[in-house]
Write a protein that binds this ligand. Structure first.
Ligand code: SF4
Length: 69
């Protein structure tokens, strides 16, 4: 199952929700902005939940070709 994650770094306000709910997939960089570290570090359902929990809707997730977040 292919999962693609896009983070709009201009929208990210560095809350850390994503890295809390899907550690290893999302990390905050030195500027406190989220980045994708390893898409395979967590199962898809955890990634989707983490993306849905982003307070600024900065994360887009495409799962098997379908935009799910
Ligand atoms: S949950 Fe959203 S706003 Fe918070 S760090 Fe992740 S991408 Fe940024």
């Amino acid at each position: 199952m292919a999962i693609e994650i896009t983070i709009d770094r201009d929208l990210c306000m560095g809350s850390g929700n994503c890295s809390f709910w899907a550690p290893g997939v999302f990390e905050l960089d030195d500027d406190g902005v989220a980045e994708v570290a390893d898409v395979n570090a967590q199962p898809a359902d955890k990634i989707i939940l983490a993306a849905q929990g982003c307070p600024t809707q900065a994360i887009a997730v495409v799962h098997d070709g379908t935009r799910v977040v």
